[in-house]
Design a protein around this ligand. Structure first.
Ligand code: NDP
Length: 601
């Protein structure tokens, strides 16, 4: 790591102190409890605005595989299963169509800030070549539909349907899948792909239910009210006073679009994001060498290596993610940690200071009003919060119809009233209040308890894990829960390019199921295999915890409390994890297949 313009030790000490103070300004005693979930009284904020649910008769049939979730995880699981020759795959999805996060999030300005040629999965298989370096949300949603169509996943799919329980039936060797539409069908295998950030959350601001103007969450955009579409043209806002709460990755993409069309925009900011250069542009097949077989796979692997700290000969994507890759070292399990860490933390801190100075200078260069510029400067280490990228965000604050309201000193908006909001004793009258306040972490799926799973002998999964924490082999399978394969980041790997991780998981899940079908066996690891995996996870766990503990609060560090205890992810990086899985499939997969009675575990 070179540090050409690093501050001297005194400068670094001052910076550390500034970061500490800024963090202290923001840590709240109520931590993650400050948020409200979007159910019960606030269910309106999570309702599907895009598809009207239709009545249908409940199903009681049997399929080969039930997949819970129709985002990219579920779609990829379905596609890889179909490639393995599994016929009856039923994806059950809460939304009205496939797409997951790209189904729900359609807010104006929505794009993916991971390069489209590495983010969109199955480009080699579908022959599709994205049209932009960073694709708009609608292009990504359409690609999700394309993959689902290409692999025949609509045939058995259930939409606008939520799985409410999974119960293993030992005599028949099947899972009973119950849903909120009265279905009670059976599946030989279940794959869960319930996502990580799928339930919109609201800030628990006093008076939030009193607002009489229009209000919604960014992941349920109300185009009926605003007019226009994801590309803008929000004519319904022309003479409206619009308040936006939240300046994370969503707010940064949305705010310039609101600024274009709304009468006045009030941006209620608590912590500014880092906003680096975006440089979006149209791309051609030639630009990315799409005439070569396996071009997308090679590009995606190259990207994963770079953002995982692995050596490469060239940087095919060459963007701000790859340029700042060394600073992602602290971003959890996606990174291969250097073996010799002597002097590493110091070098890291110095390089981080250079990057953050560059980002703060960017604000000053673009934003005209010095007070606004000062408030927009991020004072924490890179990757404490999710990095964002935009060439439109800072210029929006030079417009006369945009006002930045800094709420750091009051821990966010103080109060919502019938007509607007109050910050620092000042009232802001609003016609519309939009929450860009993100998503609950870990509330969807099995781990939250919202999807109860009962395995062998009726044991509830969360009870089985209550004392010692989660147990698994590679994160996918657990003793006592035959033929249940989980996707997600628990005990697994992660990366900023999460669709790549999901695809590797889908390949693995499909391989397990195909092998069990061929052998006429059940998938279930022994407790010894779980113990061995837990030992791997514990080895070298989390030497980055101090980093998160010193970070400004957010969902990366449980709102300032640092990380939850215990190993939760593979500690040697995504590239090494994928190699490990490949080797295990080639050499050891039969060890997980059971044909005898359960007694031998
Ligand atoms: P985030 O959780 O990242 O941001 C929520 C925002 O709401 C923060 O700015 C937060 O401030 C603010 N906030 C919360 N409560 C209050 C309050 N009481 N008063 C004022 N402000 C408040 O949600 P996003 O939807 O922006 O992003 C979620 C994730 O989705 C991203 O981290 C990313 O993983 C993904 N995403 C990816 C995109 C992509 O291009 N790939 C685009 C958009 C999202 P504070 O920081 O102080 O808590």
């Amino acid at each position: 790591m070179t540090t050409p313009h690093a501050p001297d030790p005194r400068g670094l000490a001052e910076l550390r102190e500034r970061y500490r103070l800024e963090r202290e300004r923001r840590v709240r005693p109520d931590g993650a409890k400050q948020y409200l979930s979007t159910d019960a009284e606030f269910g309106y904020y999570a309702a599907d605005p895009y598809t009207e649910a239709t009545e249908r008769a409940p199903l009681t049939d049997t399929v080969d595989v039930a997949v819970v979730g129709g985002g990219f995880g579920g779609i990829l699981a379905g596609a890889r299963l179909r490639q393995e020759g599994v016929e009856r795959v039923r994806i059950v999805e809460q939304g009205g169509d496939f797409g997951g996060t790209w189904y729900w999030n359609r807010y104006p300005g929505i794009h993916c800030d991971i390069e489209s040629h590495v983010y969109l999965p199955m480009l080699d298989e579908t022959g599709y070549v994205p049209e932009w370096k960073y694709a708009p949300g609608e292009e990504i949603r359409r690609h999700a539909v394309r993959v689902a169509e290409r692999f025949g996943l609509y045939e058995h799919a259930l939409f606008s349907t939520q799985v409410t329980s999974l119960t293993w039936d030992e005599p028949s060797g099947t899972w009973l899948v119950a849903t909120d539409k009265g279905d009670a069908f059976r599946a030989t295998y279940v794959v869960t792909a319930t996502g990580t950030l799928s339930e919109p959350k609201l800030p628990g601001i006093p008076g939030i239910a009193d607002f009489k103007g229009h209000t919604f969450h960014t992941s349920r955009w109300d185009f009926g009210y605003t007019g226009g579409g994801p590309d803008g043209g929000l004519t319904g806002l022309a003479d409206r006073r619009v308040g936006v709460v939240g300046t994370g990755a969503t707010g940064v993409q949305l705010i310039p679009m609101l600024a274009e069309d709304a009468g006045h925009v009030y941006v209620f900011q608590r912590t500014p994001s880092t906003v680096d250069v975006r440089g979006n542009r149209r791309t051609t097949a030639e630009d990315v060498g799409a005439d070569r077989d396996g071009w997308a796979r090679a590009r995606r692997e190259n990207y994963l290596r770079i953002v995982s700290g692995e050596p490469v000969d060239e940087d095919l994507v060459a963007d701000r993610w790859t340029a700042s890759a060394a600073l992602l070292e602290k971003l959890l399990p996606s990174f291969r940690r250097p073996l010799d860490r002597t002097g590493f933390e110091d070098a890291y801190e110095a390089a981080d200071a250079v990057k953050m100075d560059e980002l703060r200078a960017r604000v000053e260069e673009i934003v005209g009003d010095p007070r606004t510029a000062e408030a927009l400067k991020p004072w924490y280490r890179y990757a404490c919060k999710r990095p964002t990228f935009s060439d439109l965000y800072y210029p929006a604050f030079n417009r006369a119809n945009v006002t930045l309201v800094d709420t750091a000193d009051t821990h966010g908006i103080e109060r919502v009233t019938e007509n607007g909001v109050v910050v620092g004793g000042t009232s802001y009258e609003l016609d519309c209040l939009i929450f860009a306040t993100g998503f609950s972490v870990g509330t969807s799926g099995i781990l939250s308890g919202r999807l109860p799973v009962h395995g062998r002998d009726g044991v509830r999964l969360l009870d089985a894990w209550a004392r010692q924490g989660p147990r698994s082999l590679h994160g996918f399978t657990s003793n006592g829960f035959p033929n249940l394969v989980r996707m997600g980041s628990l005990h697994n790997a992660s990366s900023v390019n999460y669709t790549h991780i999901l695809d590797e998981q889908a390949v693995h899940a499909a391989a397990l199921i195909a092998a069990a079908e061929t052998a006429g066996a059940r998938i279930e690891p022994t407790r010894q295999a779980e113990d061995a995996w837990l030992a791997v996870l514990a080895d070298g766990a989390a030497d980055h915890e101090w980093f998160h503990a010193e970070c400004t609060p957010g969902y990366y560090n449980a709102e300032g409390r640092g990380r939850p205890n215990g190993p939760t992810a593979y500690p040697h990086g995504a590239v090494a994890f994928h190699e490990l899985l490949r080797r295990w499939r080639a050499e050891s997969l039969p060890e997980i297949l059971r044909t005898g009675t359960p007694d031998d575990r």
